[in-house]
Design a protein around this ligand. Structure first.
Ligand code: ADP
Length: 374
């Protein structure tokens, strides 16, 4: 039976962008989200109000849908397994997700596959903690981290102990600090027939562990792109993924590619694809989970710059958005979130280029940021 109604766990900006693409594909999108003011609520065909980890709400969602996919992975996996056992179709599968929801399990899974990643250890709550990698090192929450929340660069033993105590000595992950040359990311999709597409590799720029802007395509060698494509295909095939994954990577100064982390869904680093590619990552997720053939992920312009618009406290939001909209070849996406908190992703702007820009990427991104942040 053809898939017609897609459920999404999560109703934030990713589901909001998916909802617009669902309409174009003639699909219905029904979201499960805790707050009636969440961005996707109005855009979706229907909504189940419930927390992301509320499997009872997902049970109600399942009644309305042919397949359930994810915009948020902070789910209760064990509770959802009971629904899967009753025949609810999750794409990607819960088996695939079971390797990815905890960053330590994720790293172990990639290490066992022989994929390249930073050295890491798990910190247990009972032990005296030490860094076998020296300092700086990177302390990470094993679950529920996002936008750099839960990731701490620690510079000394004292700092390591202090932050760990402040977090209540939970089980965490400690990673070797990578003095990277670039941070890269890629979006890849796979459908149930095993067809795979990989988007152009992008370069991402973070400040204080939060992504500020993204350049597509990244200025890297074809060898690096090939290595990344192989990593993406390996992960999607080994996990038998049906859906879209965002893969964050480091490129070291000696041109080694290391996996940072995987998001088992669409990702901020793929937002450029809405305006810059033949098929957006949101349409691709729907195509994959609804058994459509996948379509071209290629850029339809020379290059693109995506800048996140993070929450600011000002009376001038409208005036600044109007100014941003005047940028030639730009596409502004405002998520309509009810509350603007500093650092919260409120929208993004993508600028398309038909040739190498005269200014540096850095300079253009800085100009956009200066309009937005003042
Ligand atoms: P989140 O899931 O919150 O996005 P990440 O694990 O991706 O957290 O880390 C956020 C940022 O912290 C990364 O984009 C990178 O800039 C920095 N970071 C994370 N891990 C490392 C590492 N091992 N070495 C150096 N920097 C890191």
């Amino acid at each position: 039976m053809a898939i017609q109604r897609v459920g999404a766990i999560g109703g934030g900006q990713l589901a909001w962008m998916m909802a617009a693409e669902a309409k174009k594909l003639g699909l219905e999108l029904i979201v499960q989200t805790p707050n009636p003011n969440d961005p996707a609520v109005i855009a979706a065909n229907d909504v189940i109000l419930g927390a992301i980890a509320d499997a009872k709400a997902t049970e109600k969602l399942a009644v309305l849908c042919d397949v359930i996919t994810f915009e948020n992975e902070f789910i209760d996996l064990e509770a959802l397994k009971l629904l899967a056992a009753k025949g609810v179709c999750f794409r990607p599968s819960l088996d695939a997700l079971s390797h990815l929801l905890d960053k330590y399990h994720q790293n172990c899974y990639f290490k066992n596959l022989g994929l390249p990643l930073p050295e890491f250890i798990a910190l247990e709550s009972s032990e005296k903690i030490k860094s076998p990698f020296g300092f700086p090192a990177v302390l990470k929450a094993r679950r529920h981290g996002y936008d750099g929340r839960g990731t701490f660069i620690v510079n000394s033993q004292i700092e390591l102990e202090e932050i760990w105590q402040r977090c209540d000595r939970p089980e965490m992950l400690l990673e070797e600090f990578i003095d990277f040359d670039k941070e890269l990311a890629v979006i890849a999709a796979r459908n149930s027939k095993g067809e795979i597409v990989v988007y152009p590799v992008v370069e991402t720029f973070q400040k204080e562990q939060v992504c500020r802007w993204v350049i597509a395509p990244a200025d890297v060698s074809t060898e690096v792109v090939e290595q990344i494509n192989t990593i993406a295909k390996t992960i999607l095939e080994k996990l038998d993924v049906v859906g879209v994954f965002g893969i964050e990577l480091f490129l070291t100064k000696d041109d080694r590619v290391l996996i940072n982390e995987i998001a088992p869904r669409t990702h901020n680093s793929g937002h450029f694809s809405l305006d810059a590619c033949d098929t957006s990552q949101f349409a691709m997720q729907l195509r994959a989970v609804a058994d459509f053939p996948l379509s071209s992920p290629q850029l339809k312009c020379h290059s693109a710059l995506m800048v996140n618009l993070l929450g600011i406290e000002t009376e001038q939001i409208k005036a600044r958005l109007e100014k941003l909209a005047e940028i030639p070849n730009s596409y502004l996406h405002w998520y309509g979130k009810a509350e603007s908190r500093p650092g919260r992703k409120m929208g993004h702007i993508t600028v398309l280029f038909s040739a190498e820009p005269a200014q540096s990427w850095q300079a253009i991104a800085k100009e956009i940021e200066s309009i937005w942040y003042g």
